[in-house]
Design a protein around this ligand. Structure first.
Ligand code: CIR
Length: 262
């Protein structure tokens, strides 16, 4: 499977309640108009690759619902609905499930009441599924997911999200079949042995959350040294403003589910 080629994506409009979204450090409320303009640029970039983008309307009851990535893991064989570890986000997964059922014939879900997992902690490469335990993803959630994906022939490897980092993918991204963009602090944990790793430039750790989507890399604006490294490595970059989602600890991967349904 090509882990970065997709026919579909799902996004969800930022709700007005996004101003109350979760954040580790309060740097002020996001500006909704700017957030929506960035979101529109993001959706346009996905569509420009030829993919079908299912754009869901805003869910006002869930301030973090624009970060759809956390609600599901989408694989070629089927989708798995997550159990987010943030209590305010649990209901988002149930909202996403019918949209996945409309596109996939096999949709499973994490069911254990003590099991928690958010897909921001999951990096799918061509050969394995890396899952970082974090404040949002516990051992039970990882173990339940491992059983489900084993049915579909996938290897799952448990790794660790660095302390103080929201999700595993806050600090890394898949760029192609063998290349990962990562912060030095995450790479130092040794979890990417066997991959080619490009480090974010010092001071630009917040640029580690990018996405490869078909021929493009969607990359947060404002990180010129890391951007230039990726351009020099031959990637076709599309810079997207992320200033407002960054106030809620969100980035490029969080804003979409990307997949080719079975
Ligand atoms: C949260 O704390 O859950 C949201 N404010 C941000 C979620 C970002 N999602 C992601 O990294 N996959």
């Amino acid at each position: 499977m090509r882990a970065y080629r997709f026919t579909h994506a799902i996004t969800c409009q930022p709700p007005q309640t996004a101003v109350n979204g979760l954040r580790a450090v309060d740097t002020g409320a996001p500006d909704l108009a700017v957030m929506r303009a960035h979101h529109a640029d993001y959706v346009a970039a996905l569509k420009s690759t030829g993919a079908t983008v299912v754009e869901l309307p805003a869910l006002e009851a869930f301030p973090d619902s624009l970060f759809v990535e956390d609600t599901a893991l989408c694989l070629p064989q089927g989708a798995v609905v997550m159990r987010p570890g943030a209590p305010s986000r649990l209901g988002e997964a149930a909202e996403m499930a019918p949209h996945l059922r409309a596109l996939y014939s096999d949709v499973r879900q994490i069911e254990g009441v003590e099991n928690f997992i958010e897909a921001g902690d999951i990096l799918t490469t061509e050969t394995e599924i890396l899952v970082g335990r974090s404040a949002r993803t516990n051992a039970g959630g990882v173990a339940e997911l491992a059983r489900i994906v084993a049915d579909w022939g996938h290897n799952l490897r448990e790794v660790f999200t660095p302390p103080g980092v929201l999700h595993f993918k806050t600090d890394c991204s898949l760029l192609d079949g063998e290349t990962i963009l990562a912060t030095e602090r995450l790479d130092a944990s040794g979890c990417f042995k066997g991959y080619r790793v490009i480090h974010t430039a010092p001071g630009e750790e917040a640029s580690a959350n990018a996405i490869r989507f078909n021929d493009l890399v969607l990359f947060p604006a404002g990180f010129p040294r890391t951007r230039d490294k990726l351009i020099a490595a031959g990637f076709d970059l599309r810079e997207i403003g992320n200033s407002e989602c960054a106030k809620l600890d969100g980035g490029m991967s969080c804003l979409s589910l990307r997949f080719t349904p079975s």
